[in-house]
Design a protein around this ligand. Structure first.
Ligand code: EPZ
Length: 422
């Protein structure tokens, strides 16, 4: 198993190119199932989750030609509609094949993803919405078995809760359903906007893109023909590098980024004393003279993202004063707290709120990554900790950060990947 060894204290400088967004690429890869022709995807991030979902497509019989950031996918040859536990257990986002498989083939079986390190993460909202569209669903032997022999039908879906994956699954299912589907209380993250645009570019009429009310006119079973899709920049990777600048007191420029998508992170870092130069597709962060504390609540886009909560906690832990960080989306997304405290942070948890008392310095220690974003928070803390920190179990990082140690090294960090001795 690999780990990262980081000698803290180096100042960072220079620029970093932001990769394509993992969470935009995953539903877009799933959406290729809606086509029986070749689809070209560019600017894919070079991360494990992307390879896992592409592998699932090949297991279903699809043809995938994947090299680093580019993939050509042809799902004209799909012979199986069963997404097996072996893959789904590696990556929850595999559930995104449910909507497209069901709407194109009229049946599918997808392993239930189960809980994960950040919470229970049920899929009840996906299933109820598909049932409203006429699907018959049974849960047996750890699998969701769904059928709609005569195809799915347009319906009015009102999500009880805003769900990113649920909205994506239903948008994809609706694209080939009979009639119009309206989704109320839809998620409106940039990743959903790109999925809707991809489907709209294939000739499906979608109204309300980027709003919480979507209306999709399905093709009644006719497969789609997609144009080439260039994946949008990863707003969470971008936010993580902004935090790297803020925590290490460094000026860093992010290239190939959409400043609008990271507005909430920029605003919070501005309130902590950092300043910014914002270009069309670049952002430069200048560090604060002294980091001020911050109060934040995680909420759906365009609010402050839960996927940036852990990284901001690492920065707030070195601010002058007390910050309050409330997690509203996931019930258990605080696994990084005890690991940050091992590095010298002073963080107290009460329910879904963390009280973060700023300290002057972190001290190196061995720490363990628990989920993707928690892991990046530990790396940020290690960049400034006094001494050598080993961040273990970094397979979480490899799922979602493209060449993290390479990009940080190029900025001047002293970070190397090592292998655990057996
Ligand atoms: C997506 O997960 C992202 N994953 C997550 O990123 C992100 O944290 C999350 O959205 C919130 O922004 C991908 O895009 C692949 P949800 P998703 O459905 O779709 C509850 C990362 O680090 N809920 O919007 O699974 C759920 O439990 C990852 O890159 C139900 O109750 O999130 C949660 O409390 C981690 N029933 C809330 O809704 C359902 O049927 C929001 O979840 C579905 C969700």
């Amino acid at each position: 198993m690999d780990y990262l060894q980081i000698n803290g204290g180096n100042k960072l400088r220079g620029s970093v190119t932001i990769s394509g967004a993992k969470n935009a690429a995953l539903p877009i890869i799933a959406a290729t199932i809606l086509s029986d022709k070749e689809v070209a995807l560019t600017n894919l991030p070079n991360v494990v989750d992307i390879r896992t979902l592409l592998k699932l497509l090949t297991m279903l019989g699809g043809e995938v030609d994947h090299h680093e950031t580019v993939a050509k996918v042809n799902n004209g040859s799909i012979t199986s509609t069963k997404a097996v536990y072996e893959i789904v257990s590696q990556m929850r986002a595999s559930i995104l094949v449910l909507g497209p498989l069901l709407t194109r083939f009229g049946e599918c079986e997808v392993s239930l993803p189960g809980g994960c390190a950040i919470g229970q993460r049920p899929i009840d909202l996906h299933l109820t919405a598909l049932e409203a569209m006429g699907a018959q669903i049974e849960i047996k032997g750890g699998y969701v078995r769904a059928e709609a022999p005569n195809g799915l039908k347009g319906a009015k879906i009102i999500f009880d809760k805003i769900t990113v994956g649920g909205t994506e699954n239903i948008v994809m299912a609706a694209a080939m359903a009979k009639g119009t589907t309206t989704i109320l209380n839809a998620a409106k993250e940039p990743e959903i906007v790109q999925l809707c645009e991809m489907i709209a570019d294939a000739g499906v009429k979608i109204e309300g893109i980027g709003t919480s009310e979507l209306s999709i006119e399905g093709t009644d079973g006719k497969p789609l023909e997609f144009k080439e899709v260039e994946i949008i920049p990863d707003r969470i990777e971008a936010g993580t590098y902004l935090c790297a600048g803020a925590i290490s007191n460094s000026t860093i420029t992010l290239d190939k980024v959409n400043p609008e998508h990271i507005r909430s992170s920029i605003d919070k870092l501005e309130s902590m004393g950092c300043t910014f130069d914002i270009g069309k597709d670049s952002v430069t962060i200048h560090p604060a003279d002294e980091l001020k504390p911050v109060n934040l609540i995680t909420i759906e886009y365009p609010g402050f993202p839960t996927d940036m909560q852990a990284q901001f906690m690492a920065v707030a832990a070195l601010a002058k004063g007390e910050s309050l960080i409330e997690e509203r989306l996931f019930e258990n997304r605080f696994m990084h707290v005890s690991e940050l405290n091992r590095l010298g942070a002073d963080i107290w948890l009460k329910g879904s709120t963390a009280a973060v008392k700023g300290v002057d310095l972190f001290y190196a220690a061995d720490v363990m990554a628990t989920d993707l974003r928690a892991s990046s928070a530990l790396v940020l803390a290690a960049l400034v900790a006094e001494g050598t920190t080993n961040v273990r179990r970094i397979y979480h990082l490899d799922r979602g950060y493209d060449n993290l140690e390479g990009k940080l090294s190029a900025l001047g960090a002293d970070i190397v990947r090592k292998k655990e001795e057996a």
